[in-house]
Design a protein around this ligand. Sequence first.
Ligand code: PMP
Length: 343
Amino acid sequence: MNTDDGFVGAVGQTRLIRLRRISEETGCEVLGKAEFMNPGGSVKDRAARAIVLAAERSGELPPGGTVVEGTAGNTGIGLAHMCNARGYRCIIVMPDNQSPEKYRLLETLGAEVHRVPVVPYSNPNQYQKVAERLARSLPDAIWANQFDNTVNRQAHIDTTGPEIWAQTDGRVDAFTCAAGTGGTFAGVAHYLKSRRRAVRCVLADPPGSSLYEYVRSGTLKATGSGSITEGIGIGRVTANMQDAPIDAAVHIEDADTVRHVYRLLREEGLLLGSTSGLNVAAAARVARELGPGHTVVTILCDGGAKYQSRLFNSEWLKQKGLAEHARSTRGGEPIDVRPVMID
Ligand code: PMP
């Protein structure tokens, strides 16, 4: 028999998918790590698993205890699954500007969801700070603290990085992805560099994030204003991003992100979220810069079903001025997608 032991055993060992059209166009092997195939549906299952298991090992999280986190979504989803699988109460504090599907999903999973207004990080009512206070006020509770708890990055040093190395037979030339906490980028980059220093690690950054300018000039300064992407882009160097080996950064506009989301759907048959589109746009750019014959790996972070009311809704895209980018390179009219109403 070839089986996995429950949710915990089923996280990771995801496929590495060759993106055919983008590989052909660039003359490179452009490969996407299929993190949407994790049992909770995203790359954050790895961090959620590692954080809960580490807190159990250290004794901070006793049987029947509580896990609290401030999260834009996917970490909360991973934690809610982990809490169900291991018998913990799960409390999630979320900014109130996220896709409606995410709140609904978290509630379905049995998490207690607290929505708080969007305020700057410096404000004591910012969602991560609310989560920290809440955890401290409850008995037997931990604050997962995905941004500064480096168990997050370590999960990718221990699993995602080695998987990519093994799946490419060590022939990976470049790695690129965006940072939300930075756990994925920093962990994978650390591991790949430990195997071969020449692996080029390129940070992909959305509008409104400060890391692109930080890599270019050393100053934390936002490039552009907001982005339609959810769960990526940061205004500070988190503990997980501290000392990450970054060779270069690319800034990806939302138009490019949407174009790649729809290319993945129409050309590769993959329904994925916006951060996957941004990552693939970055991988295509890195591949073009390197020239033919190279292998470029990126992360396909989560599936698209959670974003039907936004990214896959023509009206919403129109409001954002992005509808014309929802077409494939095969040409033709922009794809007219209607939201699926869930009530
Ligand atoms: N993509 C999605 C969809 C996410 O939810 C996140 C995490 N918020 C990321 C990318 C970024 O991952 P990390 O926190 O490891 O930087």
